[in-house]
Write a protein that binds this ligand. Structure first.
Ligand code: ZN
Ligand code: ZN
Length: 267
């Protein structure tokens, strides 16, 4: 099954066919999403149930933890998911993102054909477990140094921020509709991420997926706007910079995205 009324090129079309042939027949996107959000919801419930008599200042850890995750996601995207590393785990992230996700979706065709295509966008279900283990370190430190409540709230903020990221990225790859076009933040993320899927820009432009704010701070956004504009730009194309650095010439260039075989041959 493929999306209709598409302008995608032959390379992308062929890649999609190859990728789909490799996906196990039993894969179900709905089940994948259910596992992520059920596990996340149970975790959030447990973290919340462990807090006692939260003080007003302890709530501040929620936005701080949420933003910290989004910044970490930006750094991971910029320096790991688009740069092949020697470490086997980091390299797997690069292959999955640059060599799979960016070949499956280009700015010409950003849409899933059906739920089986969700596999190329959502992280595997065990990511939630890995994130939880990583979150324990700063949360334990906060729990010991500041207060027990801040430790539990930090765990909750990091988990919720990951769930938010997955939701936003998913919304970037569904067909356009009235809802996603009009919900603030989601409409901004859709335009922002579509520009990132331009092969000539993807190595260094619009690296924030959950939010465009880190791109605004780091000067890697394709927009010439302030903070407010980066939050609520929506689909507006009027502020797109015209002097963007384009390391690759065209999206259909043979060299825009290396093939997996080419990368493996180089290492
Ligand atoms: Zn994407
Ligand atoms: Zn990317």
């Amino acid at each position: 099954m493929e999306v209709s009324r598409t302008i995608m090129g032959q390379r992308q079309r062929r890649y999609r066919e190859t990728y789909r042939e490799r996906v196990a027949g039993w894969y179900n996107g709905w089940l994948h999403v259910l596992i992520i959000y059920l596990a996340g919801s149970i975790a959030l419930y447990i973290y919340g149930a462990n807090t006692v008599d939260v003080q007003w200042w302890e709530w501040l850890v929620l936005p701080l933890g949420f933003i910290s995750y989004q910044i970490s996601e930006y750094i991971l995207h910029m320096y790991v998911m688009h740069r092949p590393r020697k470490n086997v785990v980091l390299r797997a992230l690069y292959i999955r993102h640059t060599l799979m996700h960016h070949q499956f979706f280009t700015k010409e065709e950003m849409r899933f054909a059906d739920h089986k295509d969700w596999r190329v966008t959502f992280f595997p279900p065990f990511t939630m477990l890995g994130l939880t283990l990583l979150s324990i370190i700063p949360s334990l430190a906060a729990g010991i140094v500041i207060s027990e409540n801040t430790g539990w709230l930090l765990m909750a903020a990091l988990t919720a921020s990951y769930m938010f990221y997955e939701l936003i990225h998913f919304c970037c790859h569904i067909d356009d509709n009235w809802l996603v076009r009009n919900i603030p933040l989601i409409n901004t993320a859709r335009r922002h991420h579509t520009a990132h899927h331009d092969h000539s820009l993807m190595m260094g432009v619009n690296m924030g997926i959950g939010t465009a704010v880190p791109d605004w701070v780091m000067g890697t956004s394709d927009l010439d706007r302030g903070l407010w504009g980066h939050l609520f730009n929506g689909y507006d194309e009027r502020h797109v910079r015209t002097n963007l650095q384009k390391p690759f010439k065209t999206t259909d260039s043979k060299h825009a995205v290396p093939t997996r075989q080419a990368v493996e041959a180089r290492s």
